[in-house]
Design a protein around this ligand. Structure first.
Ligand code: HEM
Ligand code: HEM
Length: 188
């Protein structure tokens, strides 16, 4: 089964955005920035995060509506299960990260301005929601870093060790037959 153009475009746009935002967030938190230098960068992090939520909601909805294309390689059942779990965790992370970021900002009574174009207004302070969403942003963020590394390692393993068309299909859309001819898939 081939990978349609919209799915591939969505995958790569959000992949770059999520990797960028994870690195950006870690830099904000552990980069040793001065308070003054950190403040405008947090504004950019928040604005991009809201845009990621908007595009990500459409990306996740598209996947849920269309279902996942069948894998192009035969693999042990545990690997198939693990890949399903990883894909659903990644999809959840696309929504949980920006939502928790917005949560701990607006429930502290602060507006989230998106590059000054529009803003999500702050609401009355609710300390337990702030504490909970801040912890989610931190721990889900760190968990997502681990899962993304696992996901990239799996893609490289398919490409370099198994030599199957999993990665090339995500790039070109087509599932070329593997060198041993073990893959049966259409070529549209
Ligand atoms: C795709 C979306 C997002 C990703 C992947 C992401 C990722 C991260 C990560 C990994 C950190 C470091 C966390 C830590 O280890 O403590 C962080 C920090 C932070 N994020 Fe995000 N973030 C996203 C969206 C947002 C949004 C939408 C907001 C607010 C509206 C936000 C506000 C913040 C703030 C203020 C920090 C600094 C740490 C803090 O004050 O607790 N993030 N982000
Ligand atoms: C350089 C980084 C990345 C590479 C090389 C890569 C590669 C791939 C490949 C080859 C597939 C197809 C798997 C299959 O056919 O079963 C895939 C699927 C997927 N990837 Fe990535 N990926 C990367 C980054 C990311 C990131 C950061 C996310 C998280 C947002 C992500 C989320 C997904 C999801 C949810 C799927 C399942 C199918 C879909 O919904 O599009 N990927 N990835």
């Amino acid at each position: 089964m081939h990978y349609d153009f919209i799915s591939r475009l969505n995958h790569w746009i959000i992949a770059i955005a999520i990797i960028g935002m994870l690195l950006f967030g870690l830099y904000l938190e552990y980069g040793g920035l001065e308070r003054e230098a950190r403040r405008p960068l947090i504004g950019v992090h928040r604005s991009v995060g809201v845009l990621v939520l908007i595009y990500g909601a459409w990306r996740v909805a598209w996947r849920v509506m269309r279902g996942f294309p069948e894998p192009v390689s035969t693999m042990p059942r545990w690997q198939h299960r693990l890949s399903k779990w990883v894909h659903w965790s990644l999809l959840s992370g696309i929504l949980i990260m920006p939502l928790s970021g917005i949560g701990f900002t607006i429930f502290r009574g602060r507006d989230v301005s998106v590059f000054g174009w529009f803003s999500i207004p702050g609401v009355a302070e609710v300390p337990w929601i702030v504490a909970m969403s801040s912890a989610i942003h931190q721990y889900v963020g760190l968990g997502l870093c681990t899962i993304v590394v696992l996901h990239i390692a799996a893609a490289l393993k398919h490409h370099l060790i198994d030599r199957d068309p999993t990665l090339t299909r995500m790039i070109s859309g087509r599932a070329f037959p593997a060198s041993d001819g073990s893959v049966s898939s259409d070529n549209q």
